[in-house]
Design a binder for this molecule. Structure first.
Ligand SMILES: Cc1cc2nc3c(=O)[nH]c(=O)nc-3n(C[C@H](O)[C@H](O)[C@H](O)COP(=O)(O)O)c2cc1C
Length: 170
């Protein structure tokens, strides 16, 4: 894992990699962390800073870790590692040791956060802002129906905006 700069992200089709290839959201330190798959989120510019934003349901075990830590990582993988992402997106760290089950090889970033040897790209970010989606906020009520009423998988998501502090690549 070597440090690179923000412009590395310009080489990625960021909408597709988040939406189609997915990512892991990981929080905690190498001794005690949890990770989950996510396909909602983005990268942008806010309050004079490069940022990423993610949507995490309060029920997720990962949510506890994101709450308890100042920083998190977003990691991106090759297609060959899709099984890892499928596992981490369907099983909870409350019930399974995701590292043991998937063969993920955790590695500490210089800042003490967690990435994985298999990750081809890692974004490390510091939490700036959190808010919970509200039903009232949906201008397009179809999205509320589709994702929360028709398909109840838990509560409305918490949105976290993180400042992108570091980018690492393989
Ligand atoms: C493709 C895919 C994308 C997902 N995206 C999200 C997401 O953006 N936000 C979220 O809260 N859960 C998302 N999930 C669900 C979590 O990954 C899943 O509930 C996971 O088991 C939570 O693990 P945990 O309890 O160990 O945190 C996604 C699952 C899959 C398979």
């Amino acid at each position: 894992m070597k440090q690179t700069d923000l412009s590395r992200l310009a080489k990625e089709d960021i909408i597709s990699i988040i939406g189609k290839e997915w990512m892991l959201i990981t929080a905690g330190d190498i001794q005690h962390f949890n990770t989950m798959t996510a396909s909602w989120g983005g990268v942008g510019f806010l309050w004079g800073k490069p940022v990423a934003f993610v949507f995490i349901r309060p029920e997720r075990y990962t949510h506890d870790f994101v709450e308890q830590n100042d920083r998190l990582t977003l990691t991106f993988f090759d297609e060959a590692d899709k099984d890892i992402l499928n596992f981490c997106g369907t099983k909870s760290g409350r019930d399974y040791d995701k590292v043991k089950e998937t063969g993920l090889r955790p590695v500490a970033t210089p800042g003490g956060n967690v990435s994985f040897e298999q990750a081809r790209l890692t974004i490390e970010g510091r939490k700036l802002y959190k808010t919970r989606l509200t039903a009232d906020g949906f201008i397009d009520k179809a999205a509320l129906e589709r994702w929360y009423h028709d398909k109840p998988g838990g509560g409305l998501h918490d949105v976290y905006v993180v400042e992108i502090e570091n980018v690492f690549e393989q």
